[in-house]
Design a protein around this ligand. Sequence first.
Ligand code: ADP
Ligand code: MG
Length: 628
Amino acid sequence: MAHIQVLPKQLADMIAAGEVVERPASVVKELVENAVDAGSTQITVEIRHGGATYIRVTDNGRGIPKEEVPTAFLRHATSKLRSAEDLDRIGTLGFRGEALAAIAAVSYVQMLTKPAGQPMGYSYSIENSEPQEEGDAGCPDGTTVVVRDVFFSVPARYKYLKADAAESAAIHDILERQALAHPEISFRFLKDGKSVFTSAGDGDARSVAEIVLPGQSAQLLEVYADDGAVKVTGFVGRPTQCRNSRGGQFFFVNGRTIRSKILTAALERAYENQHMTGRFPIAVLYLQMPLDQVDVNAHPTKMEVRFLEEKALFGRVYRAVQDALAGATDRPTLHARPVEAGAETPAPADVPPEPRQQEEVTFRSPAAPAPRVKPALWPREEERWAPPVQPARSGPEKEETPAVQTRFPLPPAPRYAPVPTGTEPEGREAEPAAPVETGPETPPWRIVGEALKTYIIVEQGDKLLFIDKHAAHERLGFDALKAQGYRPMSQELLRPLSWRPAPEDRAILLEKAAQLEEFGFQIEEFGDDALAVRAAPDFLACGDIPGALEDLAHEYALGEADPDAQRDALLHSMACKAAMKGGQTNQAQELEVIAQAVMEGKVTHCPHGRPVAAELTRKQLEKQFGRS
Ligand code: ADP
Ligand code: MG
């Protein structure tokens, strides 16, 4: 066994360096952080071969006085921290005083630096932690650091350097994050002699967002919340901008780019029920909070931080994002199929709207005092419960769908008034428009009809909307259920309904009987292999009860850990079962209720995140017909 010895300084430095400098991208990160901390307004980063052979970071910050330059390259040498108390309120990106020492331990480094007001700058080079040359040099205000051949002295690391492209991508990501974190700084990134991006540095975060999320920034919704303790600003994407990875999510705390499970969760929770499962919102969120509320000294890369009050922060971010989303209704656009490939017509000139020939009835929402229409949404009492079905191994027979099937607690019927447009028939007076009670002004619209027993067609201004009646109704029901605090009215069945579910469904339903009672179901064993239902939520048609319970059993079997998510999942299935279905015939007034909710923006996505409406514009149609 060898004797215990203290490692030579150089080797110790090299080992310590491994913590800070994992790869060329970490060198870029540290150097750029130094440039930001130095109060720069312009930072240029140039790399070659993924940073492995060459990295240069130039800033116009405060520079380093020449007598301090060698010290800056010593381990634990920093100008940013003085005492243990300072650790509690770190306002700079760096604080450990390790980066320059670490970089110098594994590569050739040259620094040129000049504080403003000094006549001459200073040049200093260091290799393998050994100072090489130093002396006065002419240079502009600020600091330039050139790093060559990262890991040349650490063959074990050198071997594992990733391909240039992967390393370049990592550096690109770091610089985008820094540019987003600091819209007030102009960043330039050059790769192998070519410019990759330049940010304006004019403080406009949206313009940086456009660089990072090309084509998305105009659509982003602004976030602003400030409760005095924490300020949340930035942007979030609309539900339709969701992606299939989290690559479009950026979080910043006090100017530092971080990854955070808690913030990710808060963001995504705000989109719950608005986006499709498996898709992720995009976001650029800035948090400003007192320095002592966040511990940035939690991880070597400083990418992870600890928040003092995680729960409260979760709530703040969640609400801020929800507020931003609240005003947004967005609908996908339908694409008319081109008649001939390549037969694109030039951009249309302004086409005056056709004069309206027919007398039309336009619904305005909310509108003038109007004949209240009692909606036929609530079935008569005697229709409510069909006679119990007989136990059948294969589950309940599929019912033929009668005209009115919905038993959902829908909002009251729309208050609408015929609004004469175009030529007004004589003898009828225009109704005075009632003041808007809630929500944003909705331009006048009217239902054109229903197509394919599935889509409600609405005309509004210069566009047509196709509303998926099932999806929209499902959403309405889901929201209503949630609003009831998850406690739908339970209705006792005249005669218990019994059926034979699959044995595993039966077992799980019995096990969860108490929880099901909260949802309005009373179930019990019925013989060896059947179940009896004594009560069910009042909006479920009798024939839908077994199916709804089986869906619930499957949800339970999936075993979502989060009870809230599980409840939501259960409500989804119930709302889905109770909603009007495509292919069903519904009464005009029911369709009006649905259309009204969609047009007012109360409903934008079904509980599974599918949009409830799509648009087709006059322009698209005109293009299709070659009219423009
Ligand atoms: P830290 O950033 O944690 O303080 P570093 O090793 O990265 O440690 O840098 C050491 C010191 O060198 C910094 O505290 C700072 O005073 C100085 N420094 C490094 N880079 C720059 C720069 N680009 N401009 C001005 N000062 C710098
Ligand atoms: Mg630093």
